[in-house]
Design a protein around this ligand. Structure first.
Ligand SMILES: [Zn+2]
Length: 229
């Protein structure tokens, strides 16, 4: 039986002659649509995962160490650190030592500038911490110096101005530790002798991710008549 040339081919794509190009185009189309479906499938999975991550509290708990939180920008010393550094100055004064707090909160820009000191700018190297890598940048550290009887600011760790046979510097360090500070002089690599900090159990990594120490409850809500100057 001869095929009738007038009959419409029910499988036009199977004709080779003349339709060859069309045929390969269809093939390409089919091949292209498969990655599209895979992509849609994967993105659906991702979206569902993100939604679940946000919704399920235990997953959120798991993810907190890895996520960057929105943190209130730090602009000064943490209230506890501020209170303790004032206390330190008073306690030292009581035993005949004048302490000068030379540094407290430092902005990221200020930190970057002192990092450059001794590297690209004049002066000795004073820090190994770039902006964001120092507890100063989170208001959790202070640096101190001593004021001698003659009124001179010194970083002399042997100076014994109160004449009790103990270095004033180490007396201040002891007081600071009693107040809850840790001392940069105890660091094995690059000790920082004027440096005192309170980390509240937070690493620089934690702080960079936006974790912050708790702020103390504002006192005075009960004794509202109290005034201080
Ligand atoms: Zn410091």
């Amino acid at each position: 039986m001869q095929p009738n040339p007038n009959l419409k081919n029910p499988y036009p794509s199977m004709r080779t002659r003349g339709d060859g190009r069309q045929d390969s185009q269809r093939g390409r189309k089919a091949r292209r649509s498969r990655p599209l479906f895979r992509w849609l499938f994967l993105s659906t999975i991702v979206v569902m995962f993100v939604v679940l991550w946000e919704e399920l509290p235990f997953l959120k708990e798991l993810s907190t160490p890895f996520r960057v939180q929105e943190a209130k920008p730090v602009t000064g010393l943490h209230p506890v650190v501020d209170e303790k550094q004032k206390e330190l100055v008073e306690l030292a004064q009581a035993i005949g030592i004048s302490v000068l707090i030379t540094d407290g909160f430092r902005s990221i820009e200020e930190q970057d500038a002192i990092y450059e000191q001794g590297r690209t700018t004049d002066g000795p190297i004073v820090t190994n911490a770039r902006g964001g890598d120092s507890y100063h940048n989170y208001g959790l550290a202070v640096d101190f110096a001593l004021i001698t009887r003659g009124g001179e600011v010194v970083w002399d760790m042997d100076y014994d101005g109160n004449g009790n046979g103990v270095s004033d510097w180490m007396e201040v360090v002891e007081l600071a530790k009693q107040l809850g500070f840790s001392w940069g002089g105890d660091w094995s690599s690059f000790p920082d002798y004027p440096h005192l900090q309170m980390d509240f159990g937070l690493s620089i990594r934690d702080l960079k991710r936006g974790r912050r120490p708790p702020e103390p409850e504002p006192s005075g809500s009960s004794g509202s008549a109290q005034q201080s100057s």
